[in-house]
Structure formats: structure tokens, C-alpha cells
Write a protein that binds this ligand. Structure first.
Ligand SMILES: NC(=O)c1ccc[n+]([C@@H]2O[C@H](COP(=O)([O-])OP(=O)(O)OC[C@H]3O[C@@H](n4cnc5c(N)ncnc54)[C@H](OP(=O)(O)O)[C@@H]3O)[C@@H](O)[C@H]2O)c1
Length: 234
């Protein structure tokens, strides 16, 4: 009985940034549980280009492929002290990490509302709780996204749509590969994680599947940390 609630057969899922890293692992899990997954990366649609986001959704709409499940996973980040952070880079992070998410949510909402079922999921970051000193702008975009999730969740809950935020801790993906392999910095990072290990992309898939499926139908407006305890105080 419980197993069936995770089944995604017949659902269309768009996972942004799903050709590698955490997005790929989430897309793979959704496929394993029966969903049709639309794979996305910068070549499919660069989220830094607001017009391209609308053009992408125009195409999906024309093809009758608007998703039932949307995971806003792709993001950009730069490690630069806030005192020197270039405003054009800040604008890029705000566009990719926040505005594109808002626009995608706006584009899929009418379909989700009309069918009385939908899943909106953002991928946040442990930086919402413990910002890296040189990633304040990235952390701010992720916090904005989390706030958006809570604001929307309350309004759409009665329409069969859940809205949640999944927050990874330290994952061994392309963006972290080099620093985790560093013989000095790598062990320092793992020592700070209560589980004393970083995550692999597949570690995010179970939480995403819960939020995307009927198994998670009563979870909304939540932030789920997948961080080995890194965000815990102390
Ligand atoms: N890795 C971590 O430790 C960690 C920690 C906390 C939060 N997160 C969050 O988890 C999510 C996934 O991270 P990850 O480490 O798996 O990422 P990743 O390995 O760097 O992969 C990023 C994916 O996003 C796509 N992407 C990047 N910029 C894009 C853009 N402007 N337009 C469209 N697609 C774009 C990439 O496409 P291309 O292949 O075309 O570049 C790629 O498919 C992100 O939201 C990140 O902030 C990650």
C-alpha cells in the first residue's frame, strides 16, 4: 500500500539541471518510479535568459508537455566576498536561482490547478542556515526561494498542489569536486559535518521522491534538510 504511493506512473516531471549532479539523481529516481522526465540543462534553456525561460515553456505548452512535477534544481554560485561582489553577477544569481523559479512556477500553476494535482519543489541549500562567508548572495537567493515556497504553499494547498524546498548539504558533485579533493580543505569540510561524510547525488533522491509523489501529499511549505546534520546548531 505505501509502496504504491511513491509510484509516479503517468506523471510528467521537469527537473532543471538534470543532466548531472543532484538533478540527474532526482530525474533517474523519478524515471525508476514511472515518471516521464524532461531532462534540462543550459543547452536546453539557459535560465539566466528570462526570455529563453518563457520560450522553453511556450514549447512545452505547445507540445502538451507541461509538467505535473517541477523541480527547480539548477543554480549558479560564485565565491566572492560580499564587499567585492559584482552586481552583474548578483543579478545573474538572482535570475537563475530565484526569478527563473518564480516564472516556471507561474507557467505550470494553471495546469496543476486545473487538474487538482501538482508538485512544486525547489532545491535550496544548507547555506540558507549556514552561509559560506563568500557565498552570501547565493545564500540570499536560496533563502528568497524558501520564502517563496512558504508563501505559495499556503495559497495552493487546497488545490492539491504541494510546494516544498529540499536543502542539500555538501554533495560531491562537479561544483565541489575540486575543493573536496583538496587534501587540506576536504577533511576540514567533512569534519564539520555531524555525519563526518559528504553526500553523493543519490542521497537527495529519496526526499525528492517523497515530495513528488502521493506519499508526500500532506507535506507542504516544508524545508527538508538533506545535510548529514550540518545545519544543526552547535
Ligand atoms: N553540490 C552541493 O554540495 C550542493 C549543496 C547545496 C545546494 N546545492 C544545490 O543543489 C542543486 C544542484 O547542485 P549540483 O551540485 O548537483 O549542480 P551541478 O553538478 O553543478 O549541476 C548543475 C546543473 O544545473 C545546470 N545549470 C547550471 N546553470 C544553469 C543555467 N544557467 N541554466 C540552465 N541550467 C543550468 C547544469 O547544466 P550544464 O550541464 O549545461 O552546465 C547542470 O545540469 C543546485 O541548486 C545547488 O545550489 C548543491
Amino acid at each position: 500500500m505505501t509502496k504504491e504511493k511513491f509510484d509516479l506512473t503517468g506523471r510528467v516531471a521537469l527537473v532543471t539541471g538534470s543532466t548531472r549532479g543532484i538533478g540527474k539523481a532526482i530525474g533517474d529516481a523519478f524515471e525508476e518510479y514511472g515518471a516521464t522526465v524532461i531532462r534540462h540543462n543550459t543547452k536546453v534553456c539557459d535560465l539566466a535568459d528570462a526570455a529563453a525561460v518563457d520560450a522553453f515553456f511556450d514549447r512545452l505548452e505547445a507540445e502538451g508537455a507541461l509538467p505535473d512535477i517541477l523541480v527547480a534544481n539548477a543554480s549558479v554560485q560564485a565565491k566572492i566576498p560580499w564587499t567585492e561582489f559584482p552586481l552583474d553577477e548578483a543579478c545573474r544569481e538572482i535570475q537563475v536561482n530565484f526569478l527563473a523559479t518564480l516564472r516556471m512556477f507561474q507557467r505550470v500553476y494553471p495546469k496543476m490547478k486545473s487538474q487538482g494535482w501538482g508538485r512544486l519543489i525547489t532545491v535550496g541549500s544548507v547555506n540558507e542556515r549556514r552561509p559560506h562567508p563568500d557565498m552570501c548572495v547565493y545564500a540570499a537567493t536560496k533563502s528568497a526561494q524558501e520564502n517563496l515556497v512558504r508563501g505559495i504553499a499556503r495559497q495552493v494547498a487546497k488545490e492539491g498542489i504541494t510546494v516544498n524546498n529540499l536543502c542539500p548539504g555538501v554533495f560531491n558533485t562537479d561544483r565541489n569536486r575540486e575543493c573536496l579533493a583538496d587534501p587540506v580543505y576536504g577533511p576540514k569540510v567533512t569534519a564539520a559535518i555531524p555525519m563526518h561524510d559528504y553526500a553523493v547525488p543519490e542521497d537527495a533522491a529519496g526526499a525528492a521522491l517523497l515530495l513528488a509523489s502521493d506519499a508526500g501529499r500532506y507535506i507542504t511549505g516544508a524545508t527538508i534538510m538533506v545535510d548529514g546534520g550540518l545545519s544543526l546548531p552547535g
